[in-house]
Design a protein around this ligand. Structure first.
Ligand code: PMP
Length: 402
């Protein structure tokens, strides 16, 4: 008998199970709205032209080699990523109170952050929004947190943010609880706080001594503008908070499988930076020793070359405007059909994802009867829509809810 026979099968991961089911489905008009990645109008993945350009230059550069990067990654990359997040005129950077370390995409950044907070600061409790990106829980539990709690976020009736519920829940959180906030383009609802609401959130966090982790997986992808999408992070910095921010370059650079991310730390006093970095070094050393270089080199090159930087911003605008276009078209198609309910939320939400308001049963009905793959929470990826399938999807929603 195998020593492994005691191992029980783990729960499937919904988004990957759906992608597999989609691939195995032979139906001609099948649609995948579950995947968390950009798709072009033709429904295919997109390698950003600016990434190709950077890669060609890097491949031809004979001074580069395959030596290990430092444990905390390529410094040129993390300095540029931190600046892109906090802004060119960031006080925290100017005062040496902010720095970044290269991580394995956004997930790796969250994991390093969790381990650091649990081990070094002894933090025990984290809070996530209801709903949230489901991996937050696994990452924080595995990262050493003992207790996961939730704060209210999505109001299903209003199909918008439940700000009163959120503030109430934050008010009753214990001191030093870690609050995971989505800095823009909330996944899965596509619904962000307004600037006024962010101010109220910050007031409560300051008052209750809660620790912010800003999860920044979609900078540029929400509005098409890097600065606008960083507003909440910069606001927390301007208020004098100490916080961690987990950046991902998967979506805005289309570098999903390169696993390139940055963990930005903003602290009050530059004197603590050296020690904090040394502990982060030990965490990374004991976890994966050092990160890969390819994605870091691409991002560093693009962010520090003014021409490529402009080209990249153009790519972001293309992606963000396609999403906005699809939102408009879906809403129009649903309203034209006279689909029961209101569909204004489809265009008021931002980012890649939309919480349609379809319940679990309806979402399963879409998959089982129309071969339209979407999460059972009703979340769809707007990039899975294109001019060829939008009418089909709208009609399926219409038939499902009537
Ligand atoms: N946070 C959120 C909210 C996300 O949606 C994602 C991507 N799905 C991530 C973090 C991290 O993704 P990655 O590790 O691919 O950068």
């Amino acid at each position: 008998m195998s020593v492994f026979s005691a191992v029980k099968e783990g729960a499937p991961i919904e988004v990957f199970a759906l992608t597999k089911a989609y691939q195995d489905d032979s139906y001609e008009n099948k649609v995948n709205l579950s995947v968390g990645a950009y798709r072009t109008e033709k429904g295919v993945p997109w390698v950003l032209p600016v990434v190709w350009h950077a890669e060609k230059v890097l491949v031809a550069d004979e001074t580069l080699n395959k030596e290990y990067l430092p444990v905390l990654g390529l410094e040129k990359f993390s300095a540029a990523a931190t600046k892109m997040l906090l802004g060119d005129d960031s006080q925290a950077i100017l005062e040496n109170r902010a720095f970044g370390i290269q991580t394995l995409s956004g997930t790796g950044s969250l994991r390093v952050a969790a381990e650091f907070l649990a081990r070094q600061l002894g933090y025990r409790t984290y809070y996530v929004s209801v709903p949230t990106w489901e991996n937050h829980n696994l990452v924080f539990k595995n990262g050493g947190f003992l207790e996961g709690k939730t704060y209210r976020y999505w109001d299903a009736n209003r199909r918008g943010l439940d700000i009163e519920g959120m503030l109430d829940d934050l008010r009753s959180a214990p001191e030093n609880a870690v609050i995971i906030l989505h800095s823009c383009a909330h996944n899965p609802t596509g619904c962000d706080p307004t600037q006024e609401q962010w101010k109220l959130i910050a007031d409560v966090m300051e008052d209750r001594k809660l620790f912010p982790i800003l999860d920044c997986a979609y900078q540029g992808f929400a509005s098409g503008d890097l600065d606008k999408d960083a507003w909440a992070v910069r606001y927390f910095a301007s208020r004098g908070f100490e916080f961690l921010c987990c950046q991902s370059f998967a979506k805005n650079f289309g570098l999903y499988n390169e696993r390139i991310g940055n963990l930005t730390c903003v602290v009050k006093n530059p004197d603590v930076v050296k020690n904090v970095k040394s502990q982060l070094t030990l965490i990374v050393r004991g976890m994966y020793s050092n990160p890969p270089s390819h994605g870091a080199r691409i991002v560093a090159y693009v962010l520090t070359d003014s021409q490529l930087f402009e080209e990249w911003k153009g790519c972001i605008r293309i992606m963000a405007s396609r999403v906005i276009e699809m939102r408009k078209s879906l809403r129009e198609a649903l309203e034209k059909l006279g689909t029961p309910g209101t569909w204004e939320h489809i265009t008021s939400q931002i980012g890649m994802f939309s919480y349609t308001g379809l319940n679990e049963q309806q979402s399963l009905h879409m998959t089982n009867n129309y071969h339209i793959y979407m999460l059972k929470s009703g979340r769809i990826n707007m990039c899975g829509l294109n001019p060829n399938n939008i009418d089909y999807v709208a009609k399926a929603i219409y038939e499902t809810v009537t």
